[in-house]
Design a protein around this ligand. Structure first.
Ligand code: NAD
Length: 247
């Protein structure tokens, strides 16, 4: 689906980002794997290379505009064009009632989960315009549509990602750029291994399918949305949530 495309994925050293990078490469894209954790990012590159794909690592902290700009420049220097960008990196805050959230925590979550996507768009869009277009997939969450107690700053940031995505889609569609948001529910990225049996079962039961999702199930949707097969898909929010949002 992605043959001869060049792509970047942020936060691709683990979890959903790694699954997306692996899927992009399996579909034929050249992938610039990016993360703040260099070792983890390099492991993703090694996984892709071992499977016969093309990938390289570039360190970038998504909460920095300069790092986002350098990341795009690195893709252009290596492969000439940026066809696909997946703004995936994000962090969840410790569970805290809204009125107890410190200013420091608020600013940190907004920086990594929302400003990051703005900096990504600001850096990626001009490069895509130059080469006639591209596809941008921003990883939001089910919490880009509904709230969940104790993670107010994350809920606000992920709703903001949906708004930024719609703005990019509206403003740059005529220049060949599609932007979409993907909303995973609870995905098995390691967090679940620290839960006791009761907590895991109650998390499973939030999803009508009766279980949490796998990173690869998110990557499947992201790869399709990033491909030319999704050529008339623009500006939407796409849940991958086992039915979570139907309740
Ligand atoms: P993860 O913690 O498993 O992996 C995140 C990766 O991002 C790590 O490799 C980490 O080093 C990197 N990272 C952290 N801060 C960074 C920064 N400032 N700059 C660059 N890289 C950074 O996370 P995940 O669960 O795979 O989540 C990926 C995305 O999916 C996030 O945006 C998250 O909010 C979203 N999401 C996750 C779930 C879930 O249940 N796992 C659900 C909905 C949405």
């Amino acid at each position: 689906m992605l043959k001869s495309k060049s792509a970047l994925v942020t936060g691709a050293g683990a979890g959903i980002g790694r699954a997306i990078a692996v899927s992009y490469a399996a579909e034929g894209a050249r992938v610039l794997v990016s993360d703040i954790d260099d070792e983890a990012g390099q492991r993703t590159v090694d996984i892709i290379s071992a499977a016969g794909g093309i990938a390289a690592f570039h360190h970038a902290d998504v909460s920095s505009l300069a790092d986002n700009e350098n990341l795009v420049a690195a893709v252009l220097q290596r492969w000439g064009t940026l066809d696909i960008a997946c703004n995936n990196a994000g962090i969840a805050p410790p569970s805290t009632p809204l009125a107890d959230v410190s200013e420091e925590l608020w600013l940190k979550i907004l920086a990594v989960d929302l400003s990051s996507v703005f900096y990504g768009l600001r850096s990626q869009i001009p490069a895509m315009i130059k080469s006639g277009g591209g596809a941008i997939v921003n990883i939001s969450s089910i919490l880009g549509q509904v709230a969940f107690s104790g993670v107010g700053p994350y809920v606000a940031a992920k709703h903001g990602v949906v708004g930024l995505t719609k703005s990019a889609a509206l403003e740059y569609a005529a220049q060949g750029i599609r932007a979409v948001a993907v909303g995973p529910a609870f995905i098995k990225t390691g967090l679940e291994t620290h839960l006791d049996e009761q907590s895991r079962l109650s998390l499973d039961s939030l999803h009508p399918v009766g279980r949490m999702g796998e990173p690869e199930e998110v990557a499947e949707l992201v790869s399709w949305l990033s491909s030319d097969r999704a050529s008339f898909v623009n500006g939407g929010y796409f849940p991958v949530d086992g039915g979570y949002l139907t309740r």
